[in-house]
Design a protein around this ligand. Structure first.
Ligand code: NAD
Ligand code: UDP
Length: 329
């Protein structure tokens, strides 16, 4: 098949492209490189079955494809709040343009939505039926409401124009290739621990998140895309940790000498988050297989290699993590 991946130079998109190329598909990666990077897809440059298109999805584009994985959108609060109006345009105009393309060429359309559509949830864990508790005028709403509108657009194109859609709600995902300055909690703590800086816990660290390793997520994407179910379907790892537990785990794994430093909790930061993955289990026969500790080892090894290369690694950590973890990548 010929498959378009929007946001393909980003963290999740590039892992998805690796899987699609390995399965002998033709892949078009479309990206404006706002938070994505060419190094993530460097291995496919020059391959005749891979094309890279520099394009901003807020502008229309014509391409001939069979499937569209629509991921283009900054995912970290730091990046999506940097230019919130642009975040809304990417989610609304960008998704509209990609759905228009899917309609024109009769491609199956996959939307990367988010657990953020549940906002600061009153229901725990969150099933797909839960309609969420989102502040429409807060600093996170450009992303949360933008993704809610993207879901609305997908379902309206489906009902009105028979576009085949698949909607996934992604819970916090981590792994190699996250940006060092991404601002998300896993990357922040790993970079801080590796550079010998204090781990910045926002609030008292009692808020919870559930962390899914990227290869598990991508497996869920491919199963949903090729299933007969529109979704929305939650994909995430139900293991739930407080942010302080995560800080202590990374501290132990990387650098027991670094301290925890408490910082103010950002506005509208959800108190807790845990996916109910009953639907993914029943409809896609999917569940995560990588436990947090194993996923963190691979992620730490990737960050360590990058930081060693650019000289930002704390000197007393040059022997960590083990060779075994590095070769497991
Ligand atoms: P990322 O920031 O690494 O990747 C996003 C990619 O989209 C980047 O390559 C960026 O350059 C590109 N992009 C952004 N705006 C664009 C535009 N206007 N035109 C073209 N390209 C554009 O983020 P990620 O973690 O890989 O997330 C991918 C998708 O998954 C996003 O839609 C995000 O909302 C969703 N998601 C991610 C998580 C997570 O934990 N990583 C959780 C929930 C949802
Ligand atoms: N967080 C933190 N320290 C950091 C970065 C994030 O304590 O250096 C907290 C943040 O306040 C939130 C959780 O970790 O409660 C997850 O934040 P992230 O930005 O990774 O994702 P999201 O809030 O979108 O789930």
């Amino acid at each position: 098949m010929r498959i378009l991946v929007t946001g393909g130079a980003g963290f999740i998109g590039s892992h998805l492209i690796d899987r699609l190329m390995a399965a002998n598909h033709e892949v078009i990666c479309l990206d404006n490189f706002y938070t994505g990077h060419k190094r993530n897809i460097l291995r496919w440059m020059g391959n005749p079955y891979f094309e890279l298109v520099r394009h901003d999805i807020t502008e229309p584009i014509r391409l001939e494809v069979d499937q569209i994985y629509h991921l283009a959108c900054p995912a970290s609060p730091v990046h999506y709040q940097y230019n919130p109006v642009k975040t809304v345009k990417t989610n609304v105009l960008g998704t509209l343009n990609m759905l228009g393309l899917a309609k024109r060429v009769k491609a199956r359309f996959f939307l990367a939505s988010t657990s953020e559509v549940y906002g600061d949830p009153e229901v725990h864990p969150q099933p797909e039926e839960y309609r969420g508790s989102v502040n429409p005028i807060g600093i996170r709403s450009c992303y949360d409401e933008g993704k809610r509108m993207a879901e609305t657009l997908a379902f309206d194109y489906h009902r009105q124009n028979d576009v085949e859609i698949r909607v996934v709600r992604i819970f916090n995902t981590y792994g190699p290739r996250m940006l060092e300055n991404d601002g998300r909690v896993v990357s922040n703590f790993i970079v801080q621990a590796l550079s010998g800086q204090p781990l910045t816990v926002y609030g008292d660290g009692s808020q919870t998140r559930s962390f899914c390793y990227v290869s598990d997520l991508v497996e869920g994407f491919i199963r949903l895309m090729n299933s007969e179910h529109t979704g929305p379907i939650n994909i995430g790892n139900p293991g739930e940790y407080t942010i302080l537990q995560l800080a202590e785990t990374i501290q132990k794994m990387v650098n027991p000498d670094v301290e925890v430093q408490y910082k103010p909790l950002p506005q509208d930061d959800p108190r807790r988050r845990q996916p109910d993955i009953t639907k993914a289990r029943q409809l896609l026969d999917w569940e995560p297989s990588i436990p947090l500790q194993a996923g963190l080892e691979k992620t730490i090894a990737d960050f360590k290699a990058r930081m060693e290369a650019n000289g930002t690694l704390s000197e007393n950590l040059l022997n960590y993590p083990s060779e075994k973890a590095v070769t497991a990548l």
